[in-house]
Design a protein around this ligand. Structure first.
Ligand SMILES: [Zn+2]
Ligand SMILES: [Zn+2]
Length: 352
């Protein structure tokens, strides 16, 4: 088995050759067919998250151990099953839900494994899909993708369920009020497509890059706004006659969070998803006076993944641009993402 691993923070991934694992117990072995490249892979390979004010959260502080095979957007073909793995057969194509917890605690038992205090997520806390093969610990994490092409289905595992989970937090106003989506990269275009599929009223998409704004406009944004414009928030407030009920910040920087909060109407909610980093200072009286909510959203639950696949089965796959590259080009793919050159998603495909 050939895997690409983070061995040292800030350095290119290295190839590791290891014996292909044999699944034990409830484990399932997948031959990887597609592995999406996500922005959070950049933070993991860089080795830290920017907390603002010169402070950093290192991946070691977060409990991530090296060497690590990244890759949390994986689709594979089942090639072997452990003796206790039920409900999967060799030859099936499955999407691996990567957001795993311990499976034992109260949080996991109620179905929120993504919030478990001892996370085991694929490609973050255990080996992921930047490899020929991937071990998934239990069949409950494997979702049938039917006839969906692996490369276009793979981004559903992170980009899809993350934006679906964020959109659900908007609540009932989703279908009656416009929302703001900040960031029109892979996550932003996925969010826009799912917003439409979920019956969203309309989306105002903000990005500093004109190419990405154009992609959002083509994908059906009701309005696109240059996040770098000094009056970006005022433009949103004017366009919505007083501000929006919800903003989803897929960037998560000091300036985007500020812009989002300034765009909210009374009673509005900011949902922070992106991990770009930084910090903000907010006058506390505005929370009660403006009745605003600040909420974080981290990936999605198994239930949300099932709902998302049901939605995709009904409304079709979100049509975000997906480019495939050989797995061996993983370092170049990460560099392109870091340089902001990727429109939509890049999905790595191992040699078949
Ligand atoms: Zn991701
Ligand atoms: Zn748990």
């Amino acid at each position: 088995m050939r895997s690409f691993q983070v061995c040292q923070c800030g350095a290119p991934l290295q190839v590791a050759e290891q014996p292909t694992p044999k699944p034990a117990g409830t484990e399932v072995l997948l031959k990887v067919l597609a592995a999406g490249v996500c922005h959070s892979d950049l933070h993991i390979s860089d080795g830290y998250f920017d907390l603002g004010g010169g402070k950093r959260l290192t991946i070691a502080d977060r409990g991530i151990r090296l060497p690590l095979t990244m890759g949390h957007e994986s689709v594979g073909e089942v090639v072997a099953v452990g003796p206790d793995a039920r409900g999967v057969k060799v030859g099936e194509r499955r999407l691996a839900h990567p957001w795993m917890g311990c499976g034992e605690c109260a949080v996991c038992k109620r179905g929120d494994e993504q919030l478990c205090r001892t996370p085991r997520s694929l490609g973050v806390f255990r080996a992921g899909g930047y490899s020929d093969f991937l071990v998934v610990p239990h069949p409950r994490y494997l979702f049938d993708i039917g006839d969906l092409p692996p490369a276009t289905a793979a981004p559903l595992a992170c980009s899809g369920v993350t934006t679906y989970g964020a959109l659900k937090k908007v609540g009932a106003v989703l279908s009656s009020e416009p929302i703001v989506i900040i960031g029109a990269g892979g996550l932003g275009l996925m969010c826009l497509a799912l917003h439409k599929a979920m019956g969203g009223h309309g989306a105002i998409v903000v990005d500093i890059d004109p190419v990405k704004r154009a992609a959002a406009k083509t994908a059906g944004a009701q309005l696109v706004i240059d996040g770098g414009a000094p009056d970006a928030a005022q433009q949103i407030v004017a366009a919505t006659k007083g501000g929006v009920w919800a903003a989803i910040d897929l960037v998560g920087s000091s300036s985007t969070a500020r812009l989002a909060i300034d765009s909210l109407t009374k009673g509005g909610k900011l949902i922070v998803v992106g991990l770009y980093g930084g910090d903000i200072t907010l006058p506390l009286p505005f929370f009660p006076m403006r009745a605003i909510t600040l909420q974080g959203s981290y990936v999605g639950s198994l239930t949300e993944m099932a709902e998302l696949l049901e939605l995709v089965g009904r409304a079709g796959l979100p049509s975000i641009p997906v480019a495939t590259r050989p797995l061996a080009e993983v370092n170049a793919a990460l560099d392109d993402l870091r340089a902001g050159k990727v429109v939509g998603r890049v999905v790595l495909v191992p040699n078949q």
